[in-house]
Write a protein that binds this ligand. Structure first.
Ligand code: CA
Length: 529
């Protein structure tokens, strides 16, 4: 028998080496996910305004592929996060509004990687209520989390409060895990920042930035919403709805105690000092009317972009560490955020709408040897595509049904759009916050059609459709739905809308009632009230 045993053992060792080699060829994945970091704020995108550079995110674009037409399907934090994880639109992943919780038993790309030999970790803003499932390590905020001295909940149970700024802390945790990970496996590391989510609190080291810069105003800052009835009913205007104290650090009385309550006395002192001179000048000569809107816009932009600068600097820290550990060549680096955001366009902050600024998502992918450096892809892609793409990068396919399609043909094909690529994106929003009416949309390369699912008054009822020519009117100011010259395009887009709704099987209206499903008590990061 022994003469057979030896060759058999050799054969088993040979097989094990082959399997190990196959595993070794699987790329690592670093997934940067920011919250509300819109394309207008990334200099590599260069949309619209000339804003400060983001050199580290731009480095990824220079060394990889930037997707010019990347979008979400429901422009608000939790639903977009669920789509990114599951590859499914909201009506099938169960998170339709901000209050939703991710079903821990649902398929996700990190879980599938974990089940197929990857070591996985997520740090920072998770925001889907239930514990991250499919991770060897995780330490996340409960809900929105805090910019300063945040509380983080971990895989080992319990929580800890870490002193400092969240963007730095999340990066510290990620780099520490990277250093101590199981190096026998490929890894997937998700680095998920709170910044630059409202209420904008930059790192103290960034508070002096942009003090002397006057940012260009978007041409639609004083939009009057003519022809767009639902948009006129918003509650997300810089003029009326942006709060002087908590949003803009323009303190009155002892408001700073409340707004900066989480900061240590030293941090608070630095914060108050950074705004003292400007706040005194404002109080000595308070602007009114349009001048006040302009003042608020400038203060908003400074603080938002300071938060962005912190994200960019921390992206740089991770890229440098990948270089130092000689990992960059074997690692797919994805930079994205959960949706776009308004930087004063249409007079707004916040997101939610299917209009371009908030439906658009940044997406940049670096993968040396696979993705040609410094390429830009024009194909329409969506957050439902990330799960099948990241699994395809590891040679896997989702073992559950997804809506998205793998972006590998674009990534490995120099960004050229294949002839049979999708020509329509689907969108549906119900959350209702900030006065934004429930609406759905389809977007093609030429047109966008919005449909208001639940008009709130007679005027909205009479104006349920909005049609925009993206070529002629990229700022979506002129609703063509009532223009007889566009009657045929309107009819065609309406037909496309209902076809797309049917294609994604979005026919069960009960899932859109926004009722949050309850899971087992032990599934929650923090017990729901
Ligand atoms: Ca968000």
């Amino acid at each position: 028998m022994s003469r057979f045993k030896t060759p058999f053992a050799v054969f088993i060792i040979f097989l094990a080496i082959q399997v190990a080699r196959a595993e070794a060829t699987k790329p690592n994945i670093v997934f940067f996910f920011s919250d509300d970091l819109t394309t207008q704020a990334i200099s590599a995108y260069q949309y619209g305004m000339d804003l400060p550079p983001t050199p580290n995110i731009d480095r990824l674009a220079r060394e990889g592929m930037l997707f010019e037409n990347s979008f979400c399907g429901n422009s608000i934090c939790t639903p977009s996060r669920a789509s990114v994880m599951t590859g499914l639109h909201s009506h099938k992943n169960g998170i339709v509004n901000l209050g939703g919780a991710l079903d821990p038993d649902m398929g996700s790309w990190p879980k599938a990687l974990h089940n197929n030999g990857y070591t996985t970790a997520v740090f920072g803003k998770w925001h889907m209520k239930t514990k991250p499932n499919g991770f060897d390590a995780w330490e996340v905020f409960s809900g929105q989390g805090n910019y300063y001295n945040p509380e983080l909940f971990g895989a080992k149970g319990g929580s800890r409060r870490i002193q400092g700024h969240s963007t730095d802390i999340v990066t510290d945790l990620a780099l520490d895990w990277l250093e101590h990970r199981d190096t026998s496996k490929p890894f997937a590391l998700l680095i998920q920042h709170k910044a630059p989510h409202r209420n904008w609190k930059p790192s103290i080291q960034d508070l002096q930035k942009y003090r002397d810069i006057t940012f260009p105003e978007p041409p639609t800052l004083f939009d009057n919403y003519e022809g767009r009835v639902a948009a006129a009913n918003h509650k997300m205007g810089i003029d009326q709805h942006m709060v002087m104290g908590s949003d803009l650090m323009m303190f009155s009385g002892n408001q700073e105690q409340q707004v900066l309550s989480r900061l240590t006395p030293d941090q608070r002192k630095a914060y108050v000092a950074a705004f003292a001179e400007e706040n005194a000048a404002f109080k000595a000569n308070p602007p009114t009317g349009k001048d006040l809107v302009r003042w608020k816009y400038q203060r908003y932009m400074r603080n938002y972009l300071r938060c962005v600068a912190g994200v960019d600097r921390n992206v740089g820290r991770v890229l440098e560490q990948l270089d130092a550990l000689n990992l960059a060549g074997d690692t797919v680096v994805v930079y994205c955020a959960d949706q776009g955001f308004y930087l004063g366009e249409h007079g707004w902050f916040d997101k939610r709408w299917a209009y371009e600024e908030s439906m658009r998502m940044p997406l940049i992918v670096r993968w040396p040897g696979k993705v040609k450096a410094n390429t830009r892809c024009k194909a329409m892609v969506q957050n439902i595509d990330y799960a099948p793409t990241l699994l395809a990068a590891a040679g896997l396919e989702p073992d559950w049904t997804v809506h998205g399609i793998s972006l590998m043909p674009l990534l490995t094909g120099g960004g050229v759009t294949p002839d049979n690529w999708r020509d329509t994106l689907y969108y549906r929003y119900i959350d209702g916050g900030h006065g934004v009416a429930r609406h759905s949309a389809v977007r093609t390369n030429e047109f966008k059609l919005l449909y208001f699912d639940a008009p709130r008054n007679a005027a909205e009822q009479a104006s349920r459709w909005e049609l925009f020519s993206l070529d002629k009117d990229p700022q979506e100011m002129t609703n063509l739905a009532t223009d007889p010259e566009y009657a045929s395009q309107l009819a065609a887009m309406k037909a496309r809308f209902w076809q797309t709704r049917a294609f994604y099987d979005d026919t069960d209206e009960t899932v859109w009632q926004g009722k949050t499903k309850r899971f087992r008590q032990e599934d929650y990061i923090r017990q729901p009230r």
